[in-house]
Design a protein around this ligand. Structure first.
Ligand code: TRP
Ligand code: SF4
Length: 542
């Protein structure tokens, strides 16, 4: 059960730890990698829960279990990739290809992420701020939002607390380079259009679905559920003007939200497009068999120009396909279709179109077509041509035409004290508001991957892959300078670098970073009133 007033230390959006992946595996994936990571002892099994406290023991499982794809596979297609991408800190994605393509082609695209104002922004949030800002610099319509409704409903924060933190997140985002003239900043509670969209999306989702995804139950309060549909609306908000590839940079704990958002985006569409072979409906697992049967028509059809479903059924019955269950049902469907020709076509089916939109679709389909009650079969259109037409008809008839949103996932930083980075253990993380001297001190007293003695370190080298200090270099302190990050790594594992000096250098860089950052925050503080974001709510105490 999720209780809206439970607020244990770990329930903080971005501060969960990197459970770490065995260092060999990570190093092997790219020999130029300079990223760190720590194997937190006793890390949990993989479980993706946006409000949970589990750590991620093994990022590879995310690929296998949840279908998150490895970022390395798209990396070569990304123009001037960000250093977090180059260093494998951004390790996974869903459907990032259309975003990369838009970047290469100079087409419209968007980037959006959200922040629950539950505490001070820290170096974990900085990664996400940087990801939004980088996409903005690559040409994205960029959005940063304050998830105040979620903080209130899911975490039970008061509006006064929320107001204070909201301002602070916005200041850090601006100080790191977000351009508010080009991009948009909003609070969920102040965005009427967003809430209208959330309402519409809520009509497509139901309680048992949320229960299954998020472990909600009958005791879960309604506002909590509302905050979920609000996040769905956040994710689709950049497409309200027109559909465009949109990337949501987040931690992997947010993946359940991404899957639901991608699902809802599809469910909101007026039409769907599939491949079909005859008038009957085929299941996805039956389609490859029908394709196989069609391709083999020379073998069995009396007239290979016009194979009949019944003939294909007889052929398929004696065939050895991968899925026997699917074969049985496919054979049955083909048998029932009897003399009907087996003929590939692109099917556009009605999901939730108005009558007028369905009529318009029929008109818009070029070439040979056949019209049924709930679908149109097009014989001269490819799937992508059909999708294009379906989206245009939807847009012309008042629909959203959403593209499924994409996501990228970054590793969680390890706590400076080893194990978890947690906002309730100040020494484990560095807040962007920390006094530079405190930041310096925290780095100086951080756990390292060093050996017991200097002698041993010189001989065997340090364990940079298990060192939170090295992680600071890779994730933050080296910035865009790969050479520097590599140098630290090589010197460490080669035994030339000792932890005392290494930490001193990192601590100085951290203090410098905090000082600069806070100066820029102060400059923005002066200009905050001019921005188009309402940072103070006048809500009743609750
Ligand atoms: N749920 C996110 C968190 O816990 C915050 C959030 C709200 C968000 N809306 C979003 C993140 C949209 C990404 C996109 O941190
Ligand atoms: Fe970590 Fe630096 Fe020590 Fe290497 S030398 S283990 S990177 S602190």
């Amino acid at each position: 059960m999720r209780d809206s007033h439970t607020d244990d230390e770990s329930r903080d959006g971005q501060t969960r730890t990197d459970g770490g992946e065995p260092s060999e595996a990570r190093r092997a994936s790219s020999d130029r990698r300079t990223d760190g990571g720590t194997d937190a002892a006793g890390a949990d099994e993989v479980k993706l829960d946006p409000w949970g406290s589990s750590t991620i023991a093994d990022y590879r499982k995310l690929f296998e279990q949840f279908g998150i794809e490895e970022f390395d596979a798209v990396l070569p297609d990304v123009p001037n990739p960000h250093y977090l991408m180059r260093r494998g800190v951004i390790f996974g994605h869903r459907d990032y290809d259309p975003v990369a393509e838009a970047m290469r082609e100079g087409d419209d695209f968007a980037a959006l992420s959200g922040f629950m104002p539950t505490g001070d922004p820290h170096i974990g949030h900085k990664m996400v701020f940087d990801e939004i800002i980088w996409h903005q610099q690559q040409g994205a319509d960029a959005y940063g939002l304050i998830a105040d409704l979620e903080a209130h409903a899911a975490r039970g924060l008061t509006w006064a607390e929320i107001d204070e933190h909201a301002r602070s997140y916005v200041l850090s985002l601006l100080a790191l380079g977000f351009d508010p003239e080009e991009g948009e900043l909003y609070r969920q509670s102040e965005n009427r259009e967003l809430q209208d969209l959330a309402f519409e999306l809520g009509a497509e989702a139901n309680a048992s679905e949320l229960q299954a995804i998020y472990d909600f139950d009958g005791e879960t309060n309604i506002s909590y559920m509302q905050s979920v549909v609000t996040q769905m609306a956040d994710i689709l908000y950049p497409q309200l003007d027109e559909p465009k590839p949109t990337v949501i940079p987040v931690g992997p704990d947010q993946d359940p939200h991404m899957r639901l958002a991608r699902d809802l985006a599809a469910r909101m569409r007026y039409f769907g497009v599939t491949e079909a072979f005859a008038s009957f409906e085929a299941q996805p697992e039956e389609r490859p068999l029908l394709r196989q049967a069609y391709d083999a028509r020379e073998e069995y059809a009396e007239d290979p120009e016009m194979p009949r479903c019944g003939e294909a059924a007889d052929w398929l019955r004696d065939h050895e396909p991968a899925s026997a269950d699917a074969r049985e049902s496919a054979v049955e469907k083909l048998t029932n279709a009897g003399k009907e020709p087996l003929r590939p076509r692109t099917r556009i089916f009605d999901r939730r179109a108005t009558d007028a939109a369905f009529e318009a679709l029929i008109e818009a389909v070029d070439g040979e077509k056949r019209v049924y009650d709930e679908h149109v079969d097009a014989f001269d259109l490819s799937q992508s041509e059909a999708e294009e037409i379906a989206r245009q008809v939807e847009l012309d008839n008042g629909g959203y035409g959403f593209l499924p949103p994409s996501s990228i996932y970054h590793r969680f930083m390890t706590g400076l004290t080893g194990g978890k980075m947690s906002s309730s253990i100040p020494a484990s993380h560095i807040s962007l508001l920390d006094d530079p001297a405190d930041g310096y001190g925290k780095v100086k007293s951080a756990t390292t991957g060093g050996r017991a003695t200097a002698e041993e370190q010189r001989e065997k080298g340090g364990k940079a892959d298990e060192c939170p200090v090295y992680e600071l270099y890779a994730y933050l302190l080296s910035g865009d300078d790969d050479e520097f990050a590599t140098e630290v790594y090589e010197e460490c594992v080669g035994g030339e670098r000792l932890c005392g000096g290494c930490k001193e250098q990192a601590a100085e860089l951290m203090a410098q970073f905090l000082e600069d950052h806070q100066e820029k925050r102060a400059e923005w503080e002066e200009k905050l009133d001019e921005l188009d974001i309402d940072l103070d709510t006048d809500r009743k105490r609750s």
